[in-house]
Design a protein around this ligand. Structure first.
Ligand SMILES: NC(=O)c1ccc[n+]([C@@H]2O[C@H](COP(=O)([O-])OP(=O)(O)OC[C@H]3O[C@@H](n4cnc5c(N)ncnc54)[C@H](OP(=O)(O)O)[C@@H]3O)[C@@H](O)[C@H]2O)c1
Length: 254
C-alpha cells in the first residue's frame, strides 16, 4: 500500500467509526468512571489506563510530525505545541492529578480501543501537518482561520482544564463521592469539560484547515455527546435538587 492510500483509508475509517461510535454509545455507556460495571472483561489500575490510552496520541504524533519535510516551519511548530500542550498533560500529568479510590480499576477494552484511536489520530494529524499541509506556510500565520482557530483552542483548553480541576477539588473535599458541581461552566451545562474538549479540537481543526483535524472533532463529538447526555441523566436521577435549567453539554440547547 502507498503512504497516500494508508492515510486516506485511515481517514475514511475514522469518519466511519465515528458514526458507529455514536450509534453504539447512544445505547451503551462506556464502562468507566460513574458507569463502570462488571462483565466487560479484564481491568487495570485507573492511572495506568489513562497513560496507556492517551500517550499514543502524543508519541505517534511526534514521530509522524518529525518524519515530515516541514517540521521546522513556524505554523506547523505552533500546531505541534498546541497538540502537545494538551496531550503531554492528558497522558502524563492528568492521570496523576485525578483522585481515585485505592485499588480503583478500569476496563482494558475501553483502554485498548481508546489507545488504538489515539495512535491513528496522532498519525493522521502529525502526518498531515508536516507532509500534506502545504498551505501551512508563513502567510497562514495571519489567515483568520489560523488566528481564530488558535484562539478557540486556547478558550476550549481553559474551559476543559478548569472544569476538570473543579471536579477534582470536589473529590478532594469528599473522597470517593459525587457532588453537584456549581459555578463557572457548570452554571450552564453538566459537562463543561467535554464542551471545552470539543471547542479545543474545533479550534485545532480550523487552525490546521484539514480533514484530519475535522475527523478528530467529529470523533470527539461522537464519543462525548452521548456520554454527556448519559451523565446528565445520571445527575438528574441521582440528585433531586439538581439545577433544572442546566443542559448536558451545549448551553441552552442540548
Ligand atoms: N477526546 C475524547 O474523545 C475524550 C474522551 C473521553 C474523555 N476525554 C476527556 O478526558 C477528561 C476526563 O473524562 P471523563 O469522562 O473521565 O470525565 P468526568 O466523567 O467528568 O470525570 C472526570 C473526573 O472527575 C470525577 N468526577 C466527575 N464528576 C464528579 C462529581 N460530580 N463529583 C466529584 N467528582 C466527579 C471523576 O471521577 P470518576 O472517574 O470516579 O467518575 C473523574 O475523576 C475530560 O477532560 C474529557 O474531556 C476526552
Amino acid at each position: 500500500m502507498t503512504d497516500d492510500l494508508v492515510f486516506n483509508s485511515l481517514l475514511i475509517g475514522v469518519f466511519a467509526s465515528a458514526l458507529l461510535t455514536v450509534l453504539v454509545l447512544l445505547f451503551v455507556n462506556a464502562p468507566y468512571g460513574r458507569h463502570q460495571s462488571s462483565g466487560w472483561g479484564p481491568t487495570i489500575p485507573v492511572r495506568l489506563g489513562w497513560v496507556l490510552m492517551e500517550s499514543p496520541a502524543s508519541l505517534v504524533f511526534l514521530y509522524c510530525y518529525f518524519s515530515g519535510a516541514r517540521a521546522f516551519e513556524l505554523a506547523p511548530m505552533i500546531l505541534l505545541v498546541l497538540w502537545q500542550l494538551h496531550y503531554l498533560h492528558r497522558s502524563f500529568i492528568y492521570p496523576f492529578q485525578i483522585k481515585v479510590k485505592p485499588g480503583a480499576r478500569t476496563t482494558v477494552l475501553v483502554i485498548a480501543l481508546g489507545a488504538l484511536y489515539c495512535g491513528i489520530n496522532g498519525y493522521l494529524n502529525g502526518t498531515y501537518i508536516t507532509h500534506y499541509g502545504t498551505h501551512l506556510n508563513r502567510d497562514w500565520l495571519s489567515d483568520p482561520r489560523f488566528v481564530i482557530g488558535v484562539g478557540l483552542f486556547g478558550f476550549g483548553y481553559y474551559l476543559n482544564k478548569k472544569s476538570d480541576h473543579m471536579l477534582q477539588a470536589l473529590r478532594q473535599q469528599r473522597p470517593g463521592e459525587y457532588q453537584i458541581p456549581y459555578g463557572f461552566g457548570f452554571r450552564w451545562v453538566s459537562m463543561p469539560n467535554y464542551l471545552g474538549e470539543i471547542i479545543t479540537w474545533s479550534g485545532f481543526a480550523l487552525a490546521s484547515w484539514s480533514l484530519a483535524g475535522l475527523s478528530f472533532v467529529v470523533f470527539t463529538m461522537a464519543n462525548l455527546v452521548p456520554r454527556a447526555l448519559a451523565n446528565h441523566r445520571w445527575y438528574r436521577e441521582t440528585f433531586t435538587d439538581y439545577p433544572k435549567d442546566r443542559r448536558a453539554v451545549i448551553p441552552y440547547i442540548l
